[in-house]
Design a protein around this ligand. Structure first.
Ligand SMILES: Cc1cc2nc3c(=O)[nH]c(=O)nc-3n(C[C@H](O)[C@H](O)[C@H](O)COP(=O)(O)O)c2cc1C
Length: 189
């Protein structure tokens, strides 16, 4: 099986727990896989206004979402990364997701292929409520015809982040093994 291309779309601050997890995650992927990280906070991305001008094939905002769509087009695996904020994804990541309305209205703008999706999160509470994150990211995945993979949330950062990076790296190892098994079984059938 040829190497996969992984896109991490982060809605977290550059030096926070989520970014540390992302770096560890990337270090745990197979060496022949390509990866790219995009930090939404560092980009110029307007909020979707739901005007649906994109039904005519072009979003009214000409900003850094073009770069994310290009990366999404090439990616086989998309990993959203976010701190848990009031039991929800960060506003940076939600801003990116909402702008996918363009792709919803223009599915032919990206290659039709299998894309795996999931998310990595950081949570302050020991037992965070992540149901709305699962719901949001999973429905995004299924809405765009993706294949959902098990997510990973490191919980309890208010008390300790010990082992956080090791767990994120192990998660990447498990995730890549799952993808390889799924790709192999679909190639065999
Ligand atoms: C505005 C805000 C809301 C938060 N809401 C939650 C929450 O609902 N549940 C939780 O477990 N932690 C919550 N936290 C804590 C963060 O999820 C936690 O500190 C996390 O490790 C931050 O990750 P980061 O360093 O990547 O930003 C919140 C933090 C902030 C700043």
């Amino acid at each position: 099986m040829t190497g996969m291309r992984v896109l991490v779309i982060s809605g977290a601050s550059a030096e926070g727990n989520t970014s540390k997890q992302c770096r560890a995650f990337l270090s745990g992927l197979p060496s022949d896989w390509e990866s790219e990280s995009v930090s939404a906070g560092g980009l110029r991305i307007a909020h979707c206004e739901g005007c649906n001008a994109c039904r005519n094939g072009k979003c009214r905002f000409d900003d850094d979402m073009c770069q994310i769509f290009e990366s999404f087009d090439k990616a086989d695996i998309i990993v959203f990364a976010t701190p848990v904020r009031f039991n929800a994804p960060s506003s940076q990541i939600k801003t990116v997701m909402d702008r996918f309305q363009f792709l919803w209205n223009n599915p032919g703008a990206v290659a039709k292929k299998r894309r795996y999706m999931t998310f990595i999160g950081s949570a302050g509470r020991a037992i965070p409520d992540v149901r709305s994150l699962i719901s949001a990211f999973r429905s995004f995945c299924l809405g765009f015809g993706g294949t959902w993979l098990e997510h990973h949330v490191f919980a309890g950062t208010d008390s300790s982040t010990a082992g956080m990076e090791e767990v994120a790296r192990d998660y990447a190892v498990g995730l890549s093994e799952t993808v390889i098994a799924m790709e192999t079984s679909s190639a065999d059938s």
